[in-house]
Every structure is written in structure tokens, then in C-alpha cells.
Design a protein around this ligand. Structure first.
Ligand code: NZQ
Ligand code: ZN
Length: 384
């Protein structure tokens, strides 16, 4: 196991009726910017609950943060933050609103000319406004991590940054707010959660028995709970369980001391940037291609997943590996996700454009850092 430094300071407030706790958790006297997305919170009562809890504060609102939050939109918020002397940010919405708010927090205090450099050039985040959230969609784990992904449609880019300064001060998870989620978003969130665990677990063997067992526990629980939410969408306990799984899947507990593989995410982000594919669906499309391509590098962990999680009782290694890929695709299909390149318009030209872009950035993906433009073409040719 590698050396690590680990700290996750996020205060989780979980359960029915917890949005009201905002009132006590935000420091008294704060000038608050409440950020939100395209309006779902106005339809399901979350906006009203948040406004009620914010009654004692001076509040400015910033709505309209898109799914896959856009840099140009977030920079408008930064302007308002500066003009209005905002001292605290409260994100009320899904992972996109929260990621966007993390970026607003960092960009508002950024001293260089172009805050995009935080994403593109890894410019250090030296200061950030404090932020917190009411998270309304179980998927990203953003409520308990210090990561954010921001898109820029002008340049078809979608890039991530992370900084301990953008850990939420608190995150409120009220599972009842997920009752209004379209089932498509529920499925996307479960696929995202699944792949978050996978990209920390299906690497090369690293002698990390505890992290492996934690990942397997999460996957087993997720596979058990997922069908229940579609069979009975009104069941509170299932909603609560799924939310807690999503939060834990990317809160840093599974990957302490390990080398991770984020190839599926990185390629998926490019498909979203180019074609607007939903994040969860992009992952369901790409993951089987990554595994088919990386059979040698990842074979041992793929088969471990198959035997321990999907209960594949096949002594032959290669057959067990293929059966695990098939079981994974079947799991995505059970969510209603039949991810094909054709459906999303992934043409040879798009594949080439993505490969060229990755090569121009000089980056390599994967736990072995062996996936560049050429390999991305091969991987996407192995999808569906
Ligand atoms: O915008 P509104 O109107 O709020 O509607 C949203 C949006 O249309 C809607 N929604 C959210 N909560 C709802 C709801 N509708 C009804 N009832 C509710 N309770 O759902 C739609 C999707 O929302 P979005 O926030 O985009 O989804 P998600 O939470 O999946 O976030 C996706 C973004 O997170 C990034 C993705 O790349 C993508 O940009 N990720 C962030 C990560 C992180 N910070 O750690 C890791 C992930 O791998 C991921 O990359
Ligand atoms: Zn994800």
C-alpha cells in the first residue's frame, strides 16, 4: 500500500426534514449566495425549504447552472459574488450545481487572469470561499469530496480539479427529495456510483485487501438495492440506501493508498463534451471497451470482481473474465441503460477528434498510465 495523507472534513447531515438545519449550520452574519440548476428545486419544494431556512441571512440567488456546468455561466456567478461581497456559497441541487459552486468558490478568490487555468493548467487553488450544499441527486459523491468537473462548450472541453479548500463545510442529504427524480436520472446515478467504485477497485493487484472488500461490499449492496428503486420508487429506505452508497463511492475511503484508474471517466468526459452524452451513460458505454482492451493489465481484478461480486463460478480465467464483462453490461441494462455508440452518435470522426485532443494535452490515462490517443481509438472500437 502506498503512503497517504487522508482527511475528509465534510459534515454529513442525513435524513427527512434536515434541510431546515441550514439555519444553524451557516455561520451567523454570512452573506449567502444560493446556487441552483434549471429549476427542479422549484418544482419539488426544495427551493421553498431552503429559502425558509435562510430567512435570517442576507441572500442572493444564482440559478441556471446547467447539467455539466458551463464555465461561462459560473463566471457570471463569480462577478456577482465579488460585486455583492458574498461570504458563503450554498449549492442546492445535483452534482452539477455543486461542482459549479466549488468552482465559483475557487474562482472568486483566484488571483490570476483566467480561472480556467485551475482546470486546464492545474493552477493551484490558494484560497476559496466556504461552501455547503443540499444535494438532490445520488450520483457524483461531490457532497463528500473535494472534486469538481467543469465544461466549456466553446472549446468542447470538460475538465476536473480538486482542492481541500472546496470540501463542503456540510452536506445535507434528505432522501425524500429524490422522489421527483426522473428514473433516467436515477439510473444514471446508479451507473455513476457503480463505475466510481470500479475505477478505484479494478486496477492491477495492489495488495489492498481492506479497500478491495470495502469496494465489494458497496457493489454487492448497490446491485441488491438498484432493482428495488425501479420496482418501488416511493420506498424511502431504498432511496436512503442508494444515496448513502453514492456518497461513499467517491468520498476517498476506497482509494486510500492505492493507484486508481480513471480511464473510463476521462474518455466518458470527452464524449459528454463532444456529444452531450449523460455522464452515467457515457461510463456504461466506455467501461466494457476499457476492460476488453486492458485484459492483461486488469484481468486479475476483473475476474476477482466476477467471482466475489457477480458470483461467477467459472474456473477458466479467460471465460470468467468475459463472463464478468457480460455481467456488468447486464447490470447496466437492468437499469435501462443500453449504451451503444450508434445511439450517442459516436462516429469515427468523433473518436479521432477525442484521440487528437488527448494527445495534444500530452496526458495518459489508466492506473498504468498506458492509455493515450491511439489506445482510446482502440478502446472505442471495442465498445458495443
Ligand atoms: O438543473 P435542475 O433543474 O436542478 O435538474 C437536474 C438536472 O436536469 C435534475 N435533478 C437534480 N436533482 C433532482 C433533479 N430533478 C428532479 N428531482 C431532483 N431531486 O437532474 C438533472 C441532472 O443533474 P446533474 O446535477 O447534472 O446530475 P449529477 O448529479 O449526475 O451531476 C453530473 C455532473 O457531475 C460530474 C459529471 O461529470 C457531471 O458534470 N461529476 C462530478 C464528480 C465529482 N464532483 O466528484 C465525479 C463524477 O464522476 C462526475 O464526473
Ligand atoms: Zn462519475
Amino acid at each position: 500500500m502506498n503512503n497517504f495523507e487522508y482527511c475528509n472534513p465534510v459534515n454529513i447531515v442525513f435524513g427527512k426534514g434536515k434541510i431546515a438545519r441550514i439555519a444553524e449550520l451557516i455561520p451567523a452574519g454570512s452573506k449567502v449566495m444560493m446556487t441552483y440548476g434549471g429549476g427542479s428545486i422549484k418544482k419539488n419544494g426544495v427551493y421553498d425549504q431552503a429559502k425558509e431556512a435562510l430567512k435570517g441571512f442576507d441572500v442572493v440567488e444564482f440559478g441556471g447552472i446547467e447539467p455539466n456546468p458551463q464555465y461561462s455561466t459560473l463566471m457570471k456567478a463569480v462577478e456577482i459574488v465579488k460585486k455583492e461581497n458574498v461570504t458563503f456559497l450554498l449549492s442546492v441541487g445535483g452534482g452539477s450545481t455543486l461542482d459549479g459552486t466549488k468552482f465559483i468558490a475557487a474562482a472568486s478568490k483566484y488571483e490570476g487572469d483566467e480561472p480556467w487555468d485551475i482546470l486546464e493548467k492545474g493552477a493551484p487553488v490558494k484560497d476559496a470561499l466556504p461552501l455547503a450544499d443540499v444535494i438532490t441527486l445520488p450520483a457524483t459523491g461531490s457532497e463528500m469530496n473535494c472534486l469538481a468537473v467543469v465544461s466549456r462548450k466553446e472549446t468542447t472541453e470538460k475538465l476536473a480539479f480538486g482542492s481541500p479548500l472546496v470540501f463542503p463545510k456540510f452536506s445535507i442529504i434528505d432522501p425524500t427529495v429524490t422522489f421527483t427524480l426522473p428514473l433516467r436520472q436515477v439510473a444514471n446515478g446508479i451507473a455513476d456510483t457503480f463505475v466510481h467504485v470500479i475505477e478505484q477497485y479494478v486496477t492491477h493487484p495492489q495488495n489492498t485487501p481492506l479497500q478491495d472488500r470495502q469496494a465489494e461490499a458497496l457493489l454487492l449492496a448497490l446491485i441488491d438495492e438498484a432493482p428495488k428503486v425501479f420496482a418501488n420508487p416511493e420506498d424511502y429506505d431504498t432511496r436512503a440506501n442508494i444515496f448513502w452508497m453514492a456518497t461513499q463511492a467517491l468520498n476517498g475511503w476506497l482509494n486510500v493508498g492505492t493507484i486508481q484508474c480513471w480511464a473510463t471517466h476521462c474518455i466518458g468526459h470527452e464524449l459528454t463534451a463532444q456529444l452531450g452524452v449523460d455522464h452515467g451513460r457515457s461510463l456504461a458505454l466506455v467501461l466494457p471497451g476499457v476492460w476488453r482492451h486492458q485484459r492483461k493489465e486488469k484481468g486479475e481484478k476483473i475476474v476477482q470482481l466476477g467471482r466475489r461480486v457477480f458470483k461467477i463460478d467459472e474456473p477458466n480465467f479467460d471465460k470468467a473474465l468475459d463472463a464478468t464483462i457480460a455481467a456488468t453490461i447486464k447490470f447496466f441494462q437492468s437499469l435501462g441503460i443500453n449504451a451503444t455508440k450508434k445511439e450517442y452518435g459516436v462516429t469515427d470522426e468523433i473518436v479521432k477528434a477525442i484521440a487528437d485532443l488527448i494527445d495534444s494535452r500530452g496526458v495518459k490515462f489508466g492506473d498504468r498510465r498506458n492509455i493515450g490517443g491511439k489506445e482510446i481509438v482502440e478502446i472505442l472500437n471495442l465498445c458495443d
